[in-house]
Design a protein around this ligand. Sequence first.
Ligand code: NAD
Ligand code: IPM
Ligand code: MN
Length: 363
Amino acid sequence: MKTYKIAVIAGDGIGPEVIDAGIEVLKKAAALDSTFQFQFTYFPWGCEFYTKHGKMMDENGIDQLKEFDAIYLGAVGFPGVPDHISLWDLLLRIRKEFDQYVNIRPVRLLKGAKTSLMDVKREDINMLFIRENSEGEYSGAGEWLFKGRENEVVMQNSVFSRKGTERIIRYAFETAKNQKRSLTSISKANALNYSMVFWDQVFEEVSAEYPEVETSSYLVDAAAMLMIKDPKRFEVVVTSNLFGDILTDLGAAIAGGIGLAAGANINPERNYPSMFEPIHGSAPDIAGKGIANPLAAIWSASQMLDFFGYESYGKEVLNAIEELLTEGQVLTPDMGGTASTQEVAERIVEIMDSRIASGKLHV
Ligand code: NAD
Ligand code: IPM
Ligand code: MN
């Protein structure tokens, strides 16, 4: 039997609550198949760890993680530790060190999920965001000069390398080609006269290699407007690190809410572990109450199953989410219900069981 070693970094706030739920579902999926299982190893890293040890993870944390097949992460960041420290020393560090340069974030209105938009059909909201995840506005480079003085100057550098830009755009073209869908590039060359002019140029160059893929290109401000006004224009979407961050929270708002938005940080070459996480944060306002929506973490678990090649189980997890949303009985408060995180997880597992019993499960 194949064993997948999963490093679990539940992290801060609602992180551990939603990750527990996701692990229940992953265990259920593995129990359906005698050929594979998961072995979970928990790492207590995060803001509490920082408060005790003065660092976000063990000194050799990255080396420890290298041994795993994937990382399952809840959320990082909590009041008390400055966000730029907690995030740069853990989440962003892992994305960079493991060259997880593709961030896949579906913005898709699942069956039963409610959109905040009026007059749209479910099929109209079905985008696949491919966010550059290793450089760009998140290069981490900059300078802070003359701190506290009148002539204080702060610079935050965006870095778009030929390699980094080409590989994400090529990945997006391959995805669009395989899925037989159009590809939209989102940039901002009218104002960002180096980085985004370069981005657009690379998009055009790579586009010439994929004549079968229909393309379009939008400025990010107009794209944000059109995602609300006419979401069906967008199918596969490729964009930079910061624009992808912002637009996928906007996407979450039109596709059922932030509690439902999933993401996968992928190292396509599989030289290092990839990382699966909901796109939301640690939600300090509801942490510890047991009411966080675990569906985003569960959808990310489904992405993990896909990544390991168990697409039929990944699909079953999504089917169970859709069935739960359609029933509309066991939902957390953010979706208008009164259920707890744990109750949602239990219902998902029950639905998977009942699909097996009724022969609906096609795996
Ligand atoms: P957030 O996503 O944590 O919360 C924004 C709002 O959405 C809050 O009202 C919260 O209650 C709600 N929300 C988020 N997830 C939810 C869920 N699963 N169920 C129900 N409601 C949910 O964003 P924020 O408040 O801007 O950030 C809080 C902390 O999390 C900060 O430290 C930030 O840096 C960090 N953060 C981490 C990640 C990550 O680890 N991937 C992502 C985003 C933010
Ligand atoms: C996300 C988060 C992170 C990001 C933060 C916490 C650094 O917002 O995963 O969307 O900006 O990538
Ligand atoms: Mn974000």
